[in-house]
Write a protein that binds this ligand. Structure first.
Ligand code: ASP
Length: 358
């Protein structure tokens, strides 16, 4: 990882703090402030208390690591995921929890990627961001950040309440690898259609423990940082032509495809369509069938229009989001040595990212 900056924010002293949290600032709207000319620039994090004076009375010892050059999350790539995963892994034992400040555009992808990189996790990693910069009067940044810190520090009987990778946004705590960004101009930016929320923040924070991954101290943290970006997403649509499909399938160098299909995993049954998919699978490319619906559940064979998927060797993604499917595919392609194992692991949940049909 390139050098990163550590900023001590000057909140509670470690001795009087009830918890210590490492904040990792990657960029995005939350950390933007207006400079003298009125342009939005990245916040100097040692000045954060000026924008959120309540940080001083939270009783949480804060340390901030800032990416050397904070990014708009539209520029995020596997190298940023590796840097972020490495920072958390390297500091894992020193802190009670982690808060990642990240742009909203690709937050669900990064949160999913981190969940695959750090399996066996037993501490909270809470992603958050904002729709309005922290310097804006009506910004959601302050409330999102402060509550994310509270959740990262929350313990019951000395154990973390939420030992998993989450997104906290607009009063809701969601499992990170179940989320997707659904709105760009409202404060409720994220959805989690196929999995219930983990907590709701009101006057108190109510945790829905049955939905939260249990704390399991015997599980060992497994850190793996490889991703293979040689994948594409193909979203099928009515009247897609053979030429278009074949050109996409023939993209040089690809090892995996997310096939976004209709409803419960359905797609055309024209013989040219099936032949093109079959030839692609036969040349060793992994195809993962994911529904275009935000609340979809892929079940091969439910309709005639998905019956052939198993026979061709396409893997059903059940109710996984495209964000989690893409990062899971990139992760498994890089970390498993054979295609059979990639396919086996794609079909099962690795860290709560999907539910198998009954
Ligand atoms: N484009 C910004 C980003 O994702 C939007 C945001 O921060 O919400 O970094």
């Amino acid at each position: 990882m390139s050098k990163y900056r550590i900023v001590n924010v000057g909140t509670s002293f470690r001795e009087s703090a009830r918890a210590s949290v490492l904040v990792i600032y990657t960029g995005g709207t939350l950390g933007m402030v207006h400079d003298k000319t009125g342009s939005l620039v990245a916040l100097q994090f040692n000045q954060i208390s000026r924008h959120i004076p309540s940080l001083k009375v939270l009783g949480i010892k804060l340390t901030v690591i800032s990416f050397p050059a904070p990014i708009d999350s539209s520029n995020v790539n596997i190298h940023d995921w590796k840097d972020l995963g490495y920072i958390i892994y390297e500091n894992y034992h020193q802190y009670d929890g982690f808060v990642v400040l990240h742009g909203t555009d690709t937050m669900s992808f990064t949160a999913s990627a981190i969940s695959f990189m750090l399996q066996g996790l037993n501490k909270p990693i809470i992603f958050t961001g904002a729709q309005l910069p922290i310097s804006a009067i009506r910004s959601d940044a302050r409330a999102n950040f402060v509550t994310a810190l509270e959740i990262a520090a929350a313990k019951k009987d000395g154990r973390p309440i939420v030992p998993e990778v989450c997104i906290y946004f607009d009063y809701q705590l969601m499992r990170g690898n179940r989320t997707f960004k659904k709105r760009s101009s409202q404060f409720a930016a994220f959805g989690t259609e196929n999995y219930p929320i983990l907590a709701k923040a009101g006057i108190n924070i109510t945790y829905f423990e049955a939905n939260i991954k249990p704390y399991s101290p015997d599980e060992k943290l497994v850190y793996r940082d490889k991703f293979k970006p040689n994948v594409i997403i193909i979203k099928i649509f009515p009247s897609m032509t053979e030429t278009v499909l074949r050109n996409m399938l023939a993209t040089p160098g690809i090892d995996g495809i997310i096939l976004e299909t209709y409803g419960s995993g359905n797609a055309p049954t024209d013989s040219w369509f099936l032949d093109a998919l079959r030839e692609t699978v036969d040349r060793g490319v992994v195809i993962y069938n994911v529904s275009q619906l935000i609340g979809g559940m892929v079940i091969h064979g439910r309709y005639e229009t998905s019956k052939y998927m198993d026979e061709i060797g396409i893997v059903p993604g059940c109710d996984i989001t495209t964000e989690a499917a893409l990062t899971k595919l990139m992760f498994l392609l890089a970390n498993e040595s054979d295609v059979k194992e990639v396919k086996r692991k794609l079909a099962i949940p690795l860290c709560g990212e999907m539910t198998l049909p009954n």
